[in-house]
Design a protein around this ligand. Structure first.
Ligand code: SF4
Ligand code: SF4
Ligand code: SF4
Length: 413
């Protein structure tokens, strides 16, 4: 069976994951990193990875005309994914279905290779449960008393939402990467329902029933509002789009944003996000540089704010950087055995390929059961306004921790 895999824009992590298909000798695989210059050829299956822009339409039409089946692999291709957060600033990142009809979607950031294999074989995907069913935390759907932006790691039994810390597990499918197992909330990369962001927003609003709603008269005649402007609640939910629509903005039904762009799509993705969410974003979209990009962001902030980091933490981080190097070599040589071995090593430290275990000051969950976790455990940190700069990265955060400006040296993504 002829399988052609095309990498379009941005992160190449899903593209790289398809190296694992090479282990399947029955496929005749071709990797295409420059789809615009692809010489047309008939093929059984075309797999689209990376995010898509209107300038890619012609190439996508050519691929469609030559393929028996077209599969969108990973959220970038299925729903615009995390790069589509730049649409808040007027960009036009779009899902594959906006360009061509009859495509098959494998959601996920990272897309799951096991699901891709099912689709290639034209087998029905196993029915997946709601993420909350397989979560080790207990969901009670109790009313919230308060909202939090950073989680204390002491409690690993209670649902993040019950702790006041937004988790999109209610609207997600069970998944392989399982951020929730590493004390990171689910941000909803595998939606179980249409328009999952709006549904989750509604759910969260319901949980907030215990929270006081201001009922003052306003000039427009309304009498209700969530809270007064400088209320703790509104301060705890400053990035609604980034938290509820992280992977689904173009399919959410929300209008395109009108915030001015600074001209660079990647920097527009990061602008407006919260300081505590940056590692959870760079860990996803940094492609084969995800580890170094995430550590660069974390360490730049730590160094400037004197956040203490233990030797054990440094040691684990150095191991990760070495593994990233080795992974890049395995990717270059398209070696599935090496790729598998190294990604397994990365998962042992970083939790998963989303790097959910990485945080400021240390790690979110224990790496080795023989370790004393206290030696490298992350702790909630203070949000401090300022400009943070270290070689290839520079970002400015405002007093409540929103990224106002960011510059990332080319080559990271
Ligand atoms: S950002 Fe996520 S969905 Fe997009 S290519 Fe990277 S891992 Fe895949
Ligand atoms: S909402 Fe999140 S933390 Fe709560 S049970 Fe579901 S997946 Fe687990
Ligand atoms: S836990 Fe993480 S990998 Fe799983 S659906 Fe949620 S965001 Fe995606």
């Amino acid at each position: 069976m002829d399988v052609r895999i095309f990498q379009f824009n941005g992160c190449n992590k899903c593209f790289n994951e398809t190296i694992l298909l090479k282990g399947e000798s029955k496929y005749n695989i071709e990797f295409i990193q420059d789809p615009q210059n692809w010489k047309e050829q008939k093929t059984d299956i075309s797999i689209i990875t990376g995010f898509l822009l209107s300038k890619n339409k012609e190439t996508l039409n050519k691929i469609k005309a030559n393929s028996e089946r077209v599969i969108a692999y990973g959220n970038c291709a299925t729903s615009g994914g995390i790069f589509a957060l730049a649409n808040q600033k007027g960009h036009d990142v779009s899902p594959l279905k906006n360009f061509i009809e009859d495509t098959i979607n494998i959601n996920g950031c990272l897309g799951e290779i096991e699901e891709l294999k099912f689709e290639i074989e034209d087998n029905e995907l196993p029915k997946l449960q709601n993420l909350c069913i397989v979560c080790e935390r207990r969901k009670t759907c109790d009313y919230l008393d308060e909202l939090k932006r950073q989680i204390e790691l002491e409690d690993n039994e209670t649902c993040f939402n019950d702790l006041g810390y937004l988790c999109n597990g209610f609207v997600s499918k069970e998944c392989k990467e399982r951020c929730i197992d590493y004390n990171a909330p689910c941000r909803g990369c595998k939606p179980i329902i249409e328009r999952s962001g709006i549904r989750m927003l509604g759910m969260f609003g319901t949980l907030m029933g215990n929270i006081e709603v201001a009922t003052e008269h306003s000039e427009k005649g309304a009498t209700d509002k969530l809270a007064d402007e400088d209320d703790d609640i509104t301060a705890s939910l400053p990035d609604i789009v980034g938290n509820f629509f992280r992977f689904t903005l173009p399919t959410s039904g929300l209008p395109k944003g009108r915030i001015p762009s600074n001209g660079n799509l990647l920097e527009d993705v990061f602008t407006g996000r919260l300081i505590e969410e940056l590692p959870l974003i760079s860990g996803l979209l940094g492609g084969d540089h995800s580890i170094s990009l995430t550590l660069k962001i974390i360490e730049t902030y730590e160094e400037a704010n004197n956040i203490k980091v233990s030797e054990k933490t440094k040691n684990y981080r150095n191991q990760l950087l070495k593994l990233e190097n080795a992974l890049q070599k395995a990717i270059q040589s398209k070696d599935p055995e090496q790729y598998k071995k190294i990604t397994e090593e990365i998962r042992k430290i970083a939790g998963n390929m989303n790097l959910s275990n990485l945080s400021y000051g240390g790690f979110r969950s224990q790496i080795d059961e023989n370790d004393d976790f206290e030696e490298y455990k992350a702790h909630p940190f203070e949000v401090i306004e300022g400009t943070y700069k270290n070689g290839s990265i520079e970002f400015t955060i405002d007093p409540i921790g929103i990224v106002k400006k960011i510059k990332i040296k080319e080559g990271y993504v």
